[in-house]
Design a protein around this ligand. Structure first.
Ligand code: CP
Ligand code: NVA
Length: 301
């Protein structure tokens, strides 16, 4: 079953194909009003379920719009409103949903939920973020880097902050697409051990960003982190804020990315977010194009 569960579970040729297809679909829509269907309708007659157990702006809207542009139909479901949140097993939910829809996208907490859904569904399943990874985001990020600066292979990407789920997907991508990834952050917030070997660590952010082609950060408190950890995390991460001083140490043409939502003046200053290195809104737009390509990959259309 061609699921899209994680970047390291999708082979590099398929990843490259997804980025190329996303670029082609983006170019084809240049200047076309957003509600206009694509000239090609590869999802005509297809029904896609979008399940959210956590909040979302970009993932929700970009999947919904993307499916419709390609001629398909969507239903957006909140986990809490489904029997999933009231004791029905994930496996049974997957079996039932597979009788109604052609593809399931799920944003959930535990990775085990996603994997159980994929194991028991008879239709493709896409990971729309778990506590451990966010592969759709990094497909958009690779696409965004490449449309501004050319191939990411061999480039130096520096992640400053929490070693979280979005970082994990960057690490998977570094392994598959051969770019150099450096993590800079406090030891208690190091990435999980399963990612060892895919990145290097430099505790000093000023040293880490030397000769960086791309600097990335994310929120200091993720949706699955307890709010009670907020103050401690802010104290641990304050020195890893991406600001103009830090960006000045990267290459002169280095880009800045953030998956959003951002907390201005915490993990990144407005000066950087709104400055010339920032491509955050292209990155957000490219979620739409990248996910359309992921949907086509999974459905083989
Ligand atoms: N970047 C991202 O996944 O955003 P949402 O949480 O708004 O979907
Ligand atoms: N690390 C963040 C990403 C949100 C898109 C979270 O999991 O909340």
């Amino acid at each position: 079953m061609p699921h899209f569960l994680d970047i390291h579970k999708t082979d590099p040729d398929a990843l490259r194909g997804i980025v190329a297809s996303a670029r082609a679909m983006k170019e084809a829509r240049d200047g076309v009003p957003k509600g206009t269907p694509d000239a090609e309708q590869p999802l005509a007659g297809r029904m896609v379920a979008l399940i959210f157990e956590k909040p979302s702006t970009r993932t929700r809207v970009s999947f919904d719009v993307g499916v419709r542009q390609m001629g398909g139909e969507t239903m957006v479901l909140s986990g809490a409103d489904m029997q999933l949140g009231h004791g029905e097993t994930i496996a049974d939910t997957a079996r039932v949903m597979s009788r109604y829809v052609d593809l399931i996208m799920i944003r959930t907490f535990e990775e085990a939920t996603l994997l159980e859904m994929a194991e028991h569904a008879t239709v493709p399943v896409i990971n729309g973020l778990t506590n451990r990874s966010h592969p759709c985001q990094i497909m958009a990020d690779v696409m965004t880097y490449e449309e501004h600066r050319g191939p990411i292979t061999g480039r130096k990407v520096v992640w400053s902050g929490d070693g979280n789920n979005v970082f994990a997907s960057f690490a998977h991508a570094a392994g598959q697409l051969d770019f150099d990834l450096t993590f800079t952050g406090p030891e208690p917030l190091d990435p999980e051990r399963a990612l060892d070997g895919l990145y290097r660590t430099e505790r000093d952010p000023a040293k880490a960003v030397e000769s960086a082609d791309l600097v990335v950060t994310d929120t200091w408190v993720s949706m699955h982190d307890p709010q009670s950890a907020r103050e401690r995390r802010h104290n641990q991460l304050r020195g890893y804020q991406v600001n103009a001083e830090l960006m000045a140490r990267a290459k002169p043409d280095a880009l800045f990315m953030h998956c959003l939502p951002a907390h201005r003046e915490d993990e990144v200053t407005s000066e950087v977010m709104d400055g010339p290195a920032s491509v955050i809104f292209d990155e957000a737009e490219n979620r739409l194009h990248a996910q359309k390509a992921i949907l086509r990959h999974c459905l083989g259309v």
